[in-house]
Design a protein around this ligand. Structure first.
Ligand code: KG4
Ligand code: ZN
Length: 373
């Protein structure tokens, strides 16, 4: 089945054309075209994403990205671009959660294209996209054009527990079956990616701050190997709350207090501050995942960690250590380029939905900023 996917929920404009076949737990995936424009550098001066700027940028960038994606596919398939529209089975687009002005640009663009090509347009939940991003396993960069052969994915067994960690979300989700999701716990205030971005700003680093903090923290860990252990320790909010919810605003405030009131940056290397923050942020994620596994151990065959923060190397290594303490649980992370927002994951989630519910045409898709499982 051929699916054209459009993603505009936040500050990445992305379009991908995929051919997917086979069983939902291990589909064969061919990326025919994939293009993405990140606006992150444009939002950097606002310290976060500015919705109206995001909307204008999506509007400007969708037409050239479609052209780019179709040109890639045309080269791979040896078919003229003019014939590609006909060969597509579904157009899918992110409906939410996200910034509504940004979501609407993608939806309007998808619906116009649907009319032009006379193809059904189906809405996709962005968080479902993050979950199913783990199905594509090819470790090489996906932006080059060598993907003319199908890549077989590793079998993903359900039920699965998903830890979704991004700029807007921190949640533990039980996936009992394809399309059946239950939120076990979530953040009561800030998301973990948001905390990374805000702390980065306090440290004078530009948006998005997650990758920059992560790099500094890794350097901090090497600096720290000869000392007696870290001198700076931040709180682990809600680590002993007895449930599966999270809170990251207190951690952010604790870092702010140390920087503003105690002026720690005058005496402590920035790498150590980044490390102390990352240690606290990740320890809570690991601890809550352990709890969720212990509470549902009979059921869970797979753990999925996805969303932008899943690119974090320290989270990856700590999660692997945790999973090693359980028998027979598989761990899935997305490949690097699919951890942050992209359109490949939206096509994958659409495939899962189409195969699960045999969807028909859906009229008048509405943007849903707060869409949730
Ligand atoms: O999933 P995503 O691209 O967008 C949302 O749906 O929110 O996630 C973006 C978030 C940002 O907060 C960014 O700072 C964070 O993911 N992020 C990271 C890393 N790479 C991206 N956080 C920690 N460590 C990283 N390596
Ligand atoms: Zn996302």
């Amino acid at each position: 089945m051929r699916i054209l996917a459009i993603e505009t929920s936040c500050d990445e404009t992305a379009i991908a054309l995929l051919e997917i076949m086979g069983p939902r737990e291990a589909p064969d995936i061919k990326i025919l075209g994939n293009s993405l424009f990140s606006q992150a550098h444009l939002h950097a001066e606002y310290g976060g994403v500015y919705p109206n700027l995001a909307k204008r940028e999506h509007q400007k960038n969708l037409p050239p990205l479609l052209e780019l994606t179709l040109n890639q596919a045309s080269k791979l398939l040896g078919n003229p671009v003019s014939k590609l529209g006909k060969s597509v089975d579904y157009i899918c687009v992110t409906q939410g959660p996200g910034l509504e002005p940004a979501l609407w640009t993608g939806i309007n663009f998808a619906e116009e294209l649907g009319k032009k090509w006379q193809k059904p347009v189906i809405p996709v939940d962005h968080m479902e996209g993050h979950i199913w991003s783990v199905l594509y396993k090819e470790p090489t960069r996906i932006f080059n054009l060598q993907f003319s052969i199908y890549k077989k994915s590793k079998k993903l067994e359900l039920p699965a527990l998903a830890l979704l960690v991004s700029g807007g979300h921190t949640e533990l989700v039980m996936i009992k079956d394809f399309g059946k999701y239950e939120i076990l716990g979530k953040t009561l205030d800030d998301a973990v990616g948001e905390a990374f971005d805000k702390v980065a700003r306090m440290l004078g680093l530009t948006y998005p701050g997650g990758p920059k903090i992560s790099k500094l923290a890794a350097q901090g860990r090497t600096l720290n190997t000869d000392s007696q252990g870290p001198t700076l320790v931040f709180p682990r909010p809600m680590i002993n709350s007895g449930d599966l919810n999270f809170s990251y605003s207190g951690l952010k405030t604790a870092v702010l207090y140390k920087i503003k009131n105690e002026k720690i940056l005058e005496t402590t290397p920035i790498e150590e501050v980044a490390m102390a923050f990352e240690d606290a942020a990740i320890e809570v994620l690991i601890s809550k995942t352990r709890r969720a596994l212990e509470e549902n151990i009979e059921d869970i065959k797979t753990v999925i960690v996805a969303g932008g923060v899943s690119a974090n190397k320290y989270l990856k290594s700590e999660m692997q250590k945790l999973i090693n303490t359980f028998d027979n649980i598989q761990l899935h992370f997305p490949i690097g380029s699919l951890s942050t927002d992209n359109a490949v994951m939206i096509a994958l989630a659409a495939y899962i939905n189409i195969e699960s519910h045999s969807l028909g045409t859906i009229e008048n898709i509405q943007a849903k900023g707060n869409l949730s499982f």
